[in-house]
Write a protein that binds this ligand. Structure first.
Ligand code: FAD
Length: 531
């Protein structure tokens, strides 16, 4: 009798979802069970919360994603209340801090804004959907360019990429023109101001339906689709341990958070995509402890600001009539304040930073109505530079077997420091942000460096490497060195210093991992058929 492979996927974010889809598409007999510690938020599983129109429903969906800090929801699950320390950093809506200050909180004073989302769709239900491609030294040097192009194209397809979102926005065009004037001659051909590729589907009325993991899961959540019959998504199901027989993974132990019952679920392959902190924590808790696990933590230091667009300067590139038309279109979609997204991408050698410019009619903070630039007719841009952090062993999340966190896992401590090299790049990018802001209008929030962890782009803690030399956790196909049947996924695999928003890159790496897994499991199936 043939063996029908079972794959357990831990985490329902974009990466776990990509594995589920590609494995089911590639393996006609396989079954995928996806475990997600958080709750389902929307009727369509994993849909972007940004698409929810009703403000109360949107706020509720965000609260439900905020794990240990989410008031009522937390209490309903019987998780003890943690005290959020006064004056602490607050997490972005839909996310929760790992260092929340209460019992079982992580220790992350050096990386205080470290946060995650706990819900179906993971952070992919809350993300901004920016999906530029990595370039120059951001790319993984042991994956050949031809193959990389193919992986990226597949990843873009899974995310419903739009390269020219809001390209018809006259204000967006005006912003690009002013930035091009300011930086002309300083940037390589093809790396000047441009629209930022995003994940979503433009609607006939000019708005966007932002992509959550519903886009990635695709046929798996389509009623009546044969692939959906082989896919099971279990929410409120916390994977406590990856089980092994010697060096071979046999399945996972899962706690149903509704009933508190724990069960073993056998699997031929386990894919762990539970974010860059909780994935290495799960490996550690399961006794899988490669030397590099949790180390080489990087993110993107971020400097942000808000600028009121200057009517006279914008008026050189867009007419008042065009502005009126844009405002009319915008008023039809009050639920989503973002009206155009532009950027100046990373390039080498002179612009090793990424600028993101989001045009919006309102500021992200309440402005004093008496401020001369409150209710600015041309609106505002929220813009920021992302910079590089170079991987170092000592920047790390470590786990303590003797102190458990609020979920009962070995508690995390994050150690992290910016070096002189990084501080110099931050200074250079901040200077460019001042120039960009001054070219566009007047700062209503001056450039400021956000606390460590604010990017939400955490990388390196399960980095991939070409050889098993102790500086990586996974091989070039995302398989954990020395453990059969265990694949890891997510931003944690990115081994390079980058500035690019990481999800597209991580998805491309996952496509490579999934193709290899299909190949191996097909061979395994064939072997057992013969046997
Ligand atoms: P996640 O999406 O983090 O999903 C991991 C899931 O695993 C979570 O749902 C978690 O609950 C679950 N989990 C953890 N432990 C367990 C366990 N033991 N058992 C079961 N489940 C578990 N990236 C970009 O590229 N572009 C952007 O514009 C962008 N904007 C962002 C804006 C915001 C507000 C946020 C929050 C994030 C943004 N990101 C952006 C980051 C992006 O969302 C992440 O890169 C992406 O979601 C990572 O996908 P993932 O599948 O690896 O992990």
């Amino acid at each position: 009798m043939s063996h029908r492979p079972t794959i357990a996927v831990v985490g329902s974010g974009p990466i776990g979802s990509a594995y589920a889809r590609l494995l089911l598409e590639g393996l006609p007999d396989a079954r995928v069970v996806m475990f997600e510690a958080g709750p389902r938020l929307t009727d369509i599983p994993g849909e972007s919360v940004r698409n929810i129109v009703d403000p109360d429903a949107k706020a509720r969906a965000r609260e439900m994603s905020q794990g240990p800090q989410a008031g009522e929801f937390r209490e309903s699950l019987g998780i003890p209340a943690g005290t959020v320390v006064e004056g602490m950093f607050t997490a972005r809506q839909g996310t929760h801090l790992f260092d929340f200050g209460g019992a079982g909180s992580a220790h992350a004073q050096a990386f205080p804004a470290a946060a995650g989302s706990t819900n179906v769709g993971g952070q992919g239900a809350h993300w901004t959907c920016a999906i530029p491609r990595p370039a120059f030294s951001e790319k993984v040097d042991f994956i050949a360019d031809d193959e990389w192009e193919d992986l990226i194209v597949e990843a873009e397809h899974l995310l419903h990429k739009q390269s020219a979102a809001f390209a018809d926005s006259a204000v967006g065009r005006g912003i690009r023109s002013l930035l091009a004037e300011e930086f002309s001659g300083e940037l390589p051909e093809g790396y000047g101001p441009s629209t930022l590729p995003v994940a979503g589907d433009p609607q006939p009325d000019g708005t966007m339906r932002w992509a959550g993991v519903d886009a990635v899961l695709g046929p798996l959540i389509e009623p009546g689709n044969p692939l959906a019959e082989r896919f099971e998504l279990r929410d409120l199901s916390l994977v406590r341990r990856i089980e092994r027989d010697a060096d071979h993974v046999t399945g996972v132990t899962v706690e149903d958070l509704r009933t508190k019952q724990t069960a073993f679920v056998p699997a031929d392959l386990v894919v762990v995509a539970a974010d860059a902190f909780r994935s290495p924590q799960l490996l550690w808790a399961s006794g899988i402890r490669p030397a590099a696990l949790g180390h080489y933590l990087t993110e993107h230091p971020v400097v942000i600001s808000t600028v009121a667009l200057d009517g006279e300067r914008m008026g050189r590139h867009a007419t008042e009539d065009e502005l009126d038309a844009e405002l009319a279109r915008r008023s039809a979609n009050a639920a989503d304040p973002v009206a155009a997204v532009n950027r100046i991408p990373f390039s080498e050698p002179d612009h090793p930073f990424a600028l993101q410019v989001m045009y919006s009619e309102t500021t992200p903070f309440p402005m004093d109505p008496g401020h001369p630039l409150a209710n600015n007719r041309w609106g505002y841009v929220n813009m920021g530079y992302g910079m590089r952090k170079f991987p170092r062993y000592e920047d790390a999340v470590t786990f303590d077997d003797d102190e458990l966190d609020y979920r009962g896992f070995p508690n995390m401590t994050i150690r992290y420091e910016l070096t002189d090299r990084e501080l110099a790049e931050i200074e250079a990018a901040t200077e460019r942000l001042r120039r960009a802001g001054t070219a566009l209008g007047t700062f209503v929030a001056e450039p400021r460096l956000l606390p460590n962890g604010s990017s939400l782009h955490y990388q390196g803690t399960m980095r991939m490497g070409e050889t098993d030399d102790g500086t990586s956790v996974a091989d070039p196909w995302s398989r954990v060195w020395g453990v059969d049947g265990l694949v890891v996924g997510g931003n944690a695999l990115i081994p390079t210093p980058t500035t690019v928003n990481p999800t597209l890159m991580s998805l491309a790496i996952a496509v490579r991992g999934a193709r290899k897994a299909v190949e191996e499991l097909s061979a395994g199936t064939a072997a057992s058929v013969t046997a």
